[in-house]
Design a protein around this ligand. Structure first.
Ligand SMILES: Nc1ncnc2c1ncn2[C@@H]1O[C@H](COP(=O)(O)OP(=O)(O)OP(=O)(O)O)[C@@H](O)[C@H]1O
Ligand SMILES: [Mg+2]
Length: 493
């Protein structure tokens, strides 16, 4: 086993107050950390420069001479990945904001609560170890290969792609149904891009966002003076979109009167501007989408049955994200790569534990919600990878991950750092993780690395068993099915 597993983590305490340095060093060293001290920002920087870099630094904000914030900037320029916790007696918003802005992992208020200081040190070092463990992350896809923006290799998505391919050659009307955020608009755009109308306009109209009294004018235009406020003639979307494709989004929210007029376009290819008498011929392909139950609306007579059949010539049902859990890692990688390209983040990796949480969540808001969570977590992440601690707590709770595992693990630091921390597997929800699928994953992970599989698997099992049993070798040996002597030999190795 490598040196790193047995060496205690090193912590540098930088404070001009001798008493604070002394008490902090005592608390930390009594819990197994190897502590060094520096009485000023200048000396702290010199220590960091001289190396080796400490695993963690506790740095006072207000010191005579160089301020903590200044020292933090210097230290991070020497070692951009340096973990620093700032200490302050003044919990002002400004200190907190500056601390995080300049890359502190966290900050702690004086006077200290030793338990809090220890929990903080543990959390910081755990995050650091997790980041290192992410190592060479291999993204599941290359976003450049997905110009359409639709990612998914699950069977249900392959079926969707096939239908898209089938409907592009003709002008057939397509009804796209599915829960909110499943990608209905994306599919509509894809149909248009592959159709012979791709060089002409694609206009999306959100029927739910336009008040009933304005929708007809929006769609068909109006003549000057046709109603109060109609001071000039207006050309509607259908006329503008001649030879193109119109996407009627949220069509279930369209008023019955407007539905009648849409039916006329579909049957006769004609419109009339509001207040006008002239019949105008339009050549427009209609794609429609809804997350409403149109069949129920037809029964309740709130949606015209004849229009329903006209629109529903081909139906594409977008599967909810929970029906295609296998696609989640690809969508996550796709989102991250796009965010990096747009310079919204530098985070390009996800730890296996965090990915397991994302894959298990049932995503009521579907891909849109997943996108938001990935963005939010990338903004919060402090290294180059999203860790479980960066995910919204609600998501961790929803998959049955105890929040304590996200915030502050209640285990002694020796058991947690620097051995990899095992996040307890959440209660299975669809798609359930079976031992079989977990082993498949482990096999694939190991096979992707270097060297023979079994010794590496054994190493991981030994590390995990020790962590799970709080470092108790007798218990870990029993769990592994080894004698204590054999386990000790393996630990030495
Ligand atoms: N398969 C996918 N791969 C990558 N991104 C996707 C996928 N599906 C949807 N998205 C993204 O998710 C977001 C929501 O997609 P879209 O707007 O098409 O959903 P929608 O079904 O129209 O939602 P709503 O019913 O709320 O209007 C968009 O940002 C889209 O780019
Ligand atoms: Mg939409």
């Amino acid at each position: 086993m490598s040196d790193a597993v047995v060496k205690p983590p090193t912590i540098l305490v930088i404070d001009d107050d001798t008493e604070i340095r002394y008490s902090l060093a005592r608390v930390l060293s009594s819990h197994g950390y190897q502590v060094t001290e520096a009485p000023s920002g200048e000396q702290g920087i010199a220590t960091v420069k001289a190396g080796p870099h400490p695993d963690l630094i506790f740095l006072d904000v207000r010191m005579s001479g160089m301020s903590g914030i200044e020292a933090l900037q210097h230290i991070r320029s020497v070692n951009p990945k340096q973990l620093v916790v700032l200490m302050t007696a003044f919990g002002t918003a400004q200190t907190a904001i500056e601390a995080m802005k300049y890359g502190a992992f966290d900050y702690v208020m004086k006077p200290f609560d030793p338990a809090k200081v220890l929990a903080l040190a543990q959390n910081a070092l755990k995050a650091h170890a997790d980041l290192r463990a992410v190592g060479d992350y291999k993204p599941t896809i290359n976003a450049d290969d997905y110009r359409e923006g639709i990612v998914g290799s699950s069977g249900v998505m392959q079926d969707v792609f096939k239908v898209i391919g089938q409907v592009t050659a003709s002008d057939v009307t397509v009804m796209i149904t599915g829960e909110s955020g499943t990608g209905k608009e994306l599919v509509a755009r894809s149909i248009w891009k592959h159709s012979h109308r791709s060089t002409k306009a694609f206009i999306a109209v959100n029927c739910a966002a336009i008040p009933d009294n304005l929708i007809e004018s929006e769609l068909f235009g109006h003549e000057k003076g046709s109603f109060t406020g109609a001071t000039v003639q207006r050309i509607g979307k259908f006329e503008l979109c001649d030879k193109g494709t119109i996407f009627l989004d949220e069509i279930g929210d369209m008023a019955l009167a407007t539905q009648t007029k849409i039916l006329r376009v579909l049957q006769q290819g004609e419109i009339q501007r509001v207040g006008g008498t002239e019949t105008i011929r339009v050549d427009v392909r209609i794609l429609a989408a809804t997350n409403k139950d149109l069949e129920a609306m037809v029964k309740a007579k709130t949606f015209r049955e004849d229009l329903y059949y006209r629109l529903n010539v081909v139906r594409i049902r977008m599967p909810a994200l929970r029906e295609r859990g296998d696609d989640i890692p690809q969508i996550v990688d796709f989102c991250l790569q796009n965010l990096v390209k747009q310079r919204k983040t530098r985070v390009s990796k996800v730890s296996p534990e965090a990915m397991a949480v994302l894959t298990r969540h049932t995503w009521p808001g579907n891909v849109r919600e997943l996108e938001n969570v990935v963005y939010r977590s990338a903004v919060i992440a402090q290294g180059d990878a999203i860790l479980v601690k960066d995910l919204p707590i609600e998501i961790c709770e929803a998959v049955g991950l105890p929040v304590s595992a996200v915030a502050a693990p209640a285990v002694p630091p020796e058991a947690v750092v620097p051995t990899p921390v095992v996040i307890p597997l959440p209660a299975p929800v669809a798609p359930a993780l079976t031992l079989d699928s977990a082993l498949d994953f482990v096999f694939a992970e190991l096979a992707a690395g270097d060297g023979p599989l079994l010794p590496r698997l054994e190493h991981e099992m030994v590390v995990r068993a020790l962590a799970a049993d709080g470092g108790d070798e007798a218990k870990a040996a029993k769990r592994l099915g080894l004698t204590k002597a054999v386990l000790q030999k393996k630990v030495k190795e």
